[in-house]
Design a protein around this ligand. Sequence first.
Ligand code: TNX
Length: 502
Amino acid sequence: METACTPPNTSNYPINNIIPKPVSSEYQQGNFRLTEHTAIYFSAKNQNLENVAKYLSNLMKPATGFDFPYRVADENHTKGNIYLDLDANDKELGNEGYLLNINKNAVQISANNAEGLFRGIQSLRQLLPVEIELKIKQKIKWEIHVVSIRDFPHYAFRGAMLDVSRHFFQIEDVKRYIDLIALYKMNILHLHLSDDQGWRIEIKSWPNLTKHGGSTQVGGEGGGFYTQDNYREIVRYAQERFITIIPEIDIPGHTNAALASYAELNCDGIARELYTGMKVGFSTLCTDSALVYRFVDDVVRELSALTPGPYFHIGGDESHSTEMNDYINFINRVQDIVHSHGKIMIGWDEIANADIRRQSIVQYWAKDNNAKLGAKKGSKVIMSPSKHIYLDIQYDENTPIGLHWPGYTEVDDAYSWNPETLIPGIDDTQILGIEAPLWTETVKNMDDIEYLTFPRIPGVAEIGWSGNNNRHWDEYKIRLAQQGKRFEAMNINFYKSPKVNW
Ligand code: TNX
């Protein structure tokens, strides 16, 4: 029996390689083997279950060349198959926990709902030979070690953020990013949809936002935006992987693209030039204009209607060109607007200076005092410390992409910190979870995204899922090294950190 409290075990049992590390696991001699006869059975006629079964089937098909038909289970379990059921009967598992039992005759995943099964499938996936990730048929034995796992997350909120404003990324890239974070059981993708350099989401009542404001990006070439249908497609793709999309419209600062698109959003009534540089803090909406609040209401209404998740992110960071009083009044009014459209407001830690409701959420990135202030006002905090999990930060002075304003962040720096002790006075009762942002001033394509994200993001996911108990870099780095083969099979352009024995 290995639990989160046993000392690091570096034996060759594949179970030791799962990231995030499961709460408990027990392994025994023997293997289960996938064959061309293996079918996937789900316990009841239920669309969510069928979707999860289909996902698993599609995941394993290309490399094995097997069919993996999926259907509702009958009474008798037959040998050699995979069973998915909702009979976990274990409250502590919550929405996302699961039991994974593999014996010589069957694989069984049980959970309280389909989401838990989906997370369990990611563990099963990591127990299979890494060749399972390849897209062409492999001639190998598809054996999985006999094991039983009981597992559930520590934090309910485990996210990644992608800045699609500084550089725009096509839907296919966003989908790949969703797939990459799903492998590590993350459940949130926050999209930074507007900034000085580009407005990336179609707003039907303000069409020039994308027509003009979406026409460029950092460096000047390219740009682009998502139509509302594109956005729906992203939301649906994420939903199938039990990932919630959080849209962010960054206001009142970081708004040059909007200020260039509509002159009337500026206090002086003069449209700004489009901006393709990398500075921050120079733009602000006119915070005492009634029209600006109508604009915010239109944007929040249209985007909320497209977003099934409970959150709406209003940015609120680095509004250096907004007077503090104006800023506070603005955030207060925007909070009411967000609330009126049925969403929970999230903002970067500066919003703690406003009269935030308990329900609103503060995303810590820079100032401890802001996070403390937010917590004091009863808000939950999302931990995104720029010193540890800003994915746009260079690993060291020699790595080619990224910024380094908070220092450098090697893969061990991203892993070896504890959300609960990071800010004295903020403990787990006030922490909703963690999120790793990827700002894209220097990030131009999917290869760049992958280079900065891997290998840091599996560690972020583990902090979120496994919590703070008994995590050790020395043990983790061995599991991470094993993941390197999986990164290669998945064609991930990862940074081969010298801290890991790949
Ligand atoms: C700070 S983090 C910002 C972003 C930049 C990032 C670069 C935050 C809330 N604001 O506007 O892109 O640094 O690392």
